[in-house]
Write a protein that binds this ligand. Structure first.
Ligand SMILES: [Zn+2]
Length: 397
């Protein structure tokens, strides 16, 4: 069989939900679909979804681990384990995201991302690496390990940028670091998505960063400056920071960890109102404790990262005083965002599929049910539980 025909499907398209539909996919690409489509006699496997949802596979821009493994474990087996884990939660494409490590670890991470781009992992596939950690502002590191923080430096930056298009797609920087403009401009010339995160920059520094080419902001509301934080250094006049700049500039995309633990429904609604479904992506920001029992885990490399605890569906620091990344998959984030905000389902799914694809510049091939795009699907029941997952037309869950 070289194709799939779904019947009795409720299609989740970017702008509407269409029941009683048929969708065909041949040779790993989406074919014709819709209501009242005449079934063609093709050598296809026919799958009766009994009214269940058929949605585009989720795309996760910000994910560190799952199923006991972390991308910073730096083995192909760990990469595959994380990819298989997140496929169970509806993710079909992702950008492995590093944590704060050491120079040699970042290089090995990028090598593995390059070796495994679009490889069959038995689960989600890799779009390219998200280099996350070396260019944080150390005081905004959050739960990350206290290893090697780097300032931009041309020779060393080049050791990372040589992976552009060969394993590296996304670079996070704190714009207030010395000489970041040169790094951002160089990264943009290499075609990278440059994001700002783990930063206590001021509003004017963010406005400058936008002009250099920063286009996306990591996990809105988390590990970033705002009026209240900047007031600790200057009482008045009060100043805006990364948070206010993200809400203000329409050119900036951003993401939320919609696990219901990081942010309350009011902050999710504020993010949605300010940015809209085409500027706001859902991310898991998940670490290795996804699908694992409550307990202590390494955040980052096994034996060399930071100890944290999985407790009550979220990661927390060992003292329990701060959050330390997510432990839930994208399906949970879709359900939670939908439940907490009341935003229509097709928009919530869009924030987990087409919007992240656009942010990464891969929406020609991924992110929505559209003829000619790659046949990445997630099948969900009416309660939005994942029932089946297909990657490039192959069933993986
Ligand atoms: Zn982070």
């Amino acid at each position: 069989m070289d194709g799939l025909t779904f019947v009795n499907a409720t299609l989740i398209l970017p702008h509407e939900v269409v029941p009683h539909s048929v969708l065909m996919a041949t040779d790993g690409r989406i074919g014709p679909f819709g209501q009242g489509l005449k079934l063609q006699l093709l050598p296809h496997e026919v799958i009766d979804l009994g009214g269940m949802y058929l949605a585009p596979g989720f795309i996760d821009l910000h994910v560190h681990g799952g199923d006991g493994a972390d991308f910073m474990d730096l083995t192909p087996e760990a990469f595959r384990a994380v990819c298989r884990c997140h496929a169970r939660h509806g993710t079909t494409r992702l950008t492995p995201t590093s944590t704060v490590g050491r120079f040699a670890q970042y290089v090995r991470f990028l090598e593995l991302c390059g070796e495994l781009i679009d490889a069959d992992t038995g689960g989600a596939r890799i779009l390219g690496g998200h280099l996350y950690g070396p260019y944080f502002a150390p005081e905004a590191k959050g739960c990350h390990p206290n290893l090697e923080f780097l300032e931009p430096e041309p020779a060393r930056d080049a050791e990372f940028l040589r992976f552009a298009g060969k394993g590296l797609t996304t670079l996070t920087v704190a714009p207030e670091l010395r000489d970041t403009e040169r790094l951002v401009r160089a990264a943009r010339e290499c075609g990278l998505l440059v994001t700002a995160g783990h930063s206590y920059a001021t509003f004017p520094q963010m406005e400058a960063a936008l002009a250099w080419g920063v286009r996306h902001i990591d996990h809105l509301f988390c590990a970033m400056s705002d009026r209240a934080r900047l007031r600790q250094a200057q009482t008045f006049p009060m100043r805006g920071g990364v948070l206010e700049a993200t809400l203000y500039f329409d050119e900036l995309y951003t993401e939320v960890i919609a696990d219901g633990k990081h942010l309350t429904s009011d902050l999710l609604r504020l993010a949605y109102k300010a940015k809209g479904p085409d500027r706001l992506a859902l991310v898991s920001d998940a670490m290795r404790a996804v699908d694992m029992p409550d307990g202590e885990y390494w955040f980052g490399a096994d034996g060399d990262g930071e100890r944290m605890r999985r407790l009550d569906d979220v990661g927390v620091t060992l003292d329990g005083k701060a959050l330390a990344s997510g432990v839930m998959g994208m399906d949970h984030c879709v359900r939670t965002f939908h439940r907490l905000t009341g935003v229509p389902l097709h928009e919530v799914v869009r924030m987990a599929s087409l919007t992240p694809a656009r942010i990464l510049g891969v929406d020609r091939d991924y992110g929505s049910l559209e003829q000619g795009k790659v046949a990445d699907f997630v099948v969900m029941d009416k309660e939005l539980n994942v029932k089946q997952v297909y990657v490039a037309g192959q069933k993986v869950v």
